[in-house]
Design a protein around this ligand. Structure first.
Ligand SMILES: Nc1ncnc2c1ncn2[C@@H]1O[C@H](COP(=O)(O)OP(=O)(O)OP(=O)(O)O)[C@@H](O)[C@H]1O
Ligand SMILES: [Mg+2]
Length: 246
């Protein structure tokens, strides 16, 4: 059993720490390098945006940070645990307790209704009132009237909002979101951005988001850029240059 966060320890431990991470896939006659030499430290309660063009490695990076996959090289520490070195079962356990993930392709279960999709992680986590909590979350994302629809009966933007409600459900301490406003109109996208930022501010949820939404990226405390698998933090570089020399 992995212990829940110890708050006293939490104050000093980074939420995420990545050391020299690289990821390659074997294509049979060739090796494709998707990520190379990524180093990163994200503090508890920080909000972070990762931007970069299609195919630059964003989804791959998010999956490795969240322990959905393991890198070919390097280490990922999540809340003090070396998640990249744990077994698949242990990673799943750690994710269930601490991580929320909004997939770019939603990954809702097609046979379940919106309500049941959001209830599932709550039931697995032993929540006392999964239906009430799921209803409340779906209302917060504007889907109170769509509880019994299955994913096929929902629009792309509605499915995205179910995926967001599901990711929030178990009160994760870190939320990863891959293009959380990607399928939403401006108005709904703004409402979802507000919800994410409120969660970050009020509950201290660490947010790590991949986004093409410039407004959402600008609301995050830190912005990273990724190009051909290489991650940089242009704004912090600028800040460092602006600091007076001692
Ligand atoms: N399992 C895999 N096998 C082979 N190539 C892969 C695999 N996973 C990802 N890739 C390749 O790695 C690159 C990065 O993929 P990734 O999904 O991380 O990009 P992305 O930045 O999220 O792009 P998008 O903005 O289009 O979602 C792509 O060129 C992709 O084709
Ligand atoms: Mg992607």
């Amino acid at each position: 059993m992995i212990e829940k966060t110890n708050l006293a320890q939490g104050a000093t431990t980074a939420m995420l720490r990545v050391e020299n991470l690289s990821h390659r896939v074997d294509l049979g006659n060739d090796t494709l390098t998707i990520l190379q030499g990524v180093n990163l430290e994200i503090k508890r309660s920080e909000s972070v945006a990762i931007v970069g063009r299609s195919g630059s490695g964003k989804t791959t990076l998010l999956g490795l940070l969240a322990g959905l996959d393991t890198p070919t090289e390097g280490v990922v520490h999540l809340d003090g645990a070396r998640i990249s070195e744990l077994s698949e079962d242990k990673r799943a356990q750690l994710r269930a307790q601490r991580v929320g993930f909004v997939f770019q392709s939603f990954q809702l279960l097609p046979a379940l209704t919106a309500l049941e999709n959001v209830m599932l992680p709550l039931e697995l986590g032993g929540h006392k009132e999964p239906a009430a909590r799921a209803r409340e979350l779906l209302s917060r994302v504007g889907l109170g009237e769509r509880l019994t629809h299955t994913p096929r009966q929902l629009s792309g933007g509605e499915q995205q909002r179910v995926a967001i409600a599901r990711a929030f459900a178990a009160d994760p301490i870190v939320l990863f979101a891959d293009e959380p406003t990607g399928n939403l109109d401006n108005h709904t996208g703004q409402a979802i951005s507000d919800l994410l930022m409120t969660l970050n501010r009020e509950q201290g949820t660490t947010l790590v988001m991949v986004t093409h939404d410039e407004l959402l990226a600008a609301r995050c405390e830190r912005q990273f850029h990724i190009e051909a698998g290489v991650l940089t933090e242009p704004a912090s570089l600028q800040r460092a240059q602006e600091e007076p020399v001692q």
